[in-house]
Design a protein around this ligand. Structure first.
Ligand SMILES: *[C@@H]1O[C@H](CO)[C@@H](O)[C@H](O)[C@H]1NC(C)=O
Ligand SMILES: *[C@@H]1O[C@H](CO)[C@@H](O)[C@H](O)[C@H]1NC(C)=O
Length: 345
């Protein structure tokens, strides 16, 4: 059954994904998004850490990935939506003078299944208040209709009370990237946050061209990093024949790839055009790799072991824990209090 489905799919994709057809012209914000390699490399480490399963180590920022460019980060709130198997944290990076929000999508099923399902995701929700903007209901709700959103908003408010109006940087990988985009948009539209920056890695498409157009006006400071042949940014499919009816990425893509061969291999970080669907970036290659989805800039973006939404905490964080009746919980500390020091084994 699987094989047949893939074959039909391959035919459909070949028929429609060719680069004929007119592109919808989007109006673009003139504000130029600057690609800052150092900053994006720092954010990929934040996006990697949100996959850690020992929540005590994550909360106290002592996990094995809580080092390097993210050293000294202070978590204010760690949100675990057990019901939907989602995770996120908010904290302050003093070196960047920024509040960092990192999000992780559902980890319940196998990655393979999740990717296969991406082919069939419908544009099935009108984004509120934006005529003609359609998005995928599942991605939208993962941010908007779970404990993730209220947890993030509370923590940002608390951080601002102590630290003033810092920049906000929202990041995530894969489905976490889709959620990061909705979060950045929410902060800009509904919470009048200035200086919101979104950086996603291996993010699937989340909405149609009209949505991408609104998004790029409202959150112009967005970088969407894609890597080599990573399959996920190619999904759900973009059909250039029906630009208004299908999914359409928002800008600005930065495509990572290698040129050369043998011992002469150069890594290229290509800053793409402002259309969101630059045909000379990741769209110029076939999206056929899962392994390219899991490592960006040499940083692993997956759990240490595949698990079915396993949760590891221990009694040392009980005092910081608030659990709701569905079993979702947050670990939260007063940002004015001294940094958490836990004896880690
Ligand atoms: C890039 O970001 C880093 C912070 O990670 C900052 O120190 C540096 O000044 C930025 N570079 C530019 C050109 O803005
Ligand atoms: C929000 O989630 C609840 C339960 O998880 C569900 O019953 C409701 O239909 C959802 N609402 C939207 C708008 O998705």
């Amino acid at each position: 059954m699987g094989q047949r489905r893939w074959l039909i799919l391959a035919v459909i994709v070949c028929l429609f994904a060719s680069s004929c057809g007119r592109e919808l012209q989007l109006k673009h914000n003139d504000k130029h998004t600057v690609y800052n390699h150092t900053l994006v490399k720092t954010l990929v480490e934040y996006a990697s850490a949100v996959y850690m399963s020992d929540l005590t180590e994550l909360f106290s920022w002592t996990c094995s990935r809580c080092d390097g460019l993210t050293k000294g980060f202070e978590v204010i709130e760690l949100i675990v939506d057990v019901q939907h198997c989602l995770q996120g944290y908010v904290g302050v990076a003093k070196d960047l003078k920024a509040i960092i929000v990192a999000l992780r999508g559902t980890q319940e099923h196998s990655l393979q299944n999740w990717i296969e399902d991406l082919y069939w995701k419908q544009l099935d929700l009108n984004y509120p208040g934006m005529p003609d903007a359609m998005v995928h209901h599942g991605f939208f709700s993962a941010y908007h209709n779970t404990t993730i959103r209220p947890g993030i908003l509370t923590a940002i408010k608390e951080a601002k009370e102590i630290y003033g109006d810092l920049d906000i940087m929202v990041t995530g990988h894969s489905m976490g990237g889709a959620m990061a985009a909705f979060c950045g948009l929410d902060l800009s539209v509904n919470h009048e946050a200035q200086n919101v920056q979104v950086v996603t890695f291996g993010q699937p498409r989340v909405g149609n061209a009209a949505f991408a157009s609104y998004y790029s006006q409202l959150v112009p400071n967005t970088i969407r990093v894609t890597n080599e042949h990573d399959i996920v940014p190619h999904l759900p499919p973009y059909y250039s024949y029906f630009p208004q009816k299908t999914y359409h990425h928002f800008p600005r893509e930065v495509w990572l790839y290698e040129i050369g061969w043998g011992s002469l291999v150069y890594r290229v970080e290509k800053v793409c055009d402002n259309s969101g669907e630059d045909p000379t970036c990741s769209r110029s290659v076939t999206g056929n790799s899962i392994s390219d989805h899991l490592v960006y800039y040499g940083v692993e973006l997956k759990c240490e072991t595949w698990r079915s939404c396993g949760i590891m905490t221990d009694p040392r964080v009980e005092d910081y824990r608030k659990t709701d009746i569905q079993g979702n919980f947050i670990l939260s500390r007063n940002p004015a209090a001294p940094v958490l020091r836990l004896n880690t084994h």
